[in-house]
Write a protein that binds this ligand. Sequence first.
Ligand SMILES: [Zn+2]
Ligand SMILES: [Zn+2]
Ligand SMILES: [Zn+2]
Ligand SMILES: [Zn+2]
Length: 421
Amino acid sequence: MSGVEESDETEMMCCASCGTAEVDDIKLKKCACNLVKYCSAACQKDHRPQHKEACKKRVAELREELLFKQPESSHFGDCPICFLPLAIDERKSPMMACCSKHICIGCGYANSKREVEENLEPKCPYCREKVPTTKKQIKTHLMRRIKVNDPVALRQMGSLCFHDGDYSGAFEYWIKAAGLGEVGAHFELSCLYRDGQGVEKDRKKQMYHLEEAAIGGDPVARNNLGCVLGRSFWDADSMGRAVKHFIIAAKLGHDGSLSTLRQMYMKQVISKEDYAAALRGHQATVDATKSPLRNDADIHARGDENLIKRVEANDPVAMYQMGSCCSDEGDYKTASEYWTKAAALGEVGAHYQLSVMYGEGVGVEKDKKKGVYHLEQAAIGGDPDARHNLGVIENDNGRYERAAKLFIIAAKLGCDNHWMP
Ligand SMILES: [Zn+2]
Ligand SMILES: [Zn+2]
Ligand SMILES: [Zn+2]
Ligand SMILES: [Zn+2]
């Protein structure tokens, strides 16, 4: 141990105001800054004028450290049954109304499959209770748990109030839940303060609760922080903080933050290294939430049995339809996978969809060459819109004759896109 540290150590053992040492039954209390200790509130008050500045500075530093620390996982944590990390999409990690536990769709699917096979009464796969379904049953359940101060139940009751338009009721429940460390409640409070619902609008409190939710591991709150700060793009400090928030959120698996970073990288606002690190972190987090069972559940949740059977039999049209289902739900990556399979089997519509995805970098890395390739395949397959779009590209490249030819074929094929250069 160095001499400096040693002297710090001794300092910590004495009241910073009167010098009383921490011995026997004299206990010193740490100041919020963690730099000094006091024997009494009176000593702390006396010492305030000379300590105020250093204290404020250190408290702000500690807050920054806490705020920009990468959380180990999202606030959803792991599925309590299979222990794999939960997806941050709540549709894939639904909460059970009986016990307020988030369960992965894989475990839910396995449970209901067994119940159907064995002709059992439907129950929660975690707590084994009957899952309440009506609003009345849910409220009775919640009230029982609110009596024992269950923070999640408090937050849920707040949400019920909110949906009934009772904003001050919602505020009361959420503030209690947040006081018990409920991350989601902090997020809801930030929205109330932003919109002035049930409370006066208050930007400072809005940001405070948003930060608390982000620190607790809520990727949406983290992304929102980035968006709020990113609006001040003329201020380098705000922008720097926004980028840090987006990177943390992307690493927690937030798609929106990742695509914001992608745009920032293309506009050279962030470095290639930063973007690549966020991309890798995002991928690793998303991959960690995958399992064969969850995948099965996903497919079954998506389509009717008939469509699934056709997909399993490698029917290109069914693959195309499954891709469209995924795309409608906003799962562009899986959509691109189905469409790639369908396109490989010669499905023209899938080629067209892939050309759009590669052209815009949705669900896949942007790739102009691949975009044009799929567009050509779709055009060759007889898709008039693809033919038309090829014409637009040729025209943009100054090859007007080729463009005109393509437009004519497209028009003959029935394309009614009256595009004028
Ligand atoms: Zn003292
Ligand atoms: Zn202090
Ligand atoms: Zn699970
Ligand atoms: Zn349950």
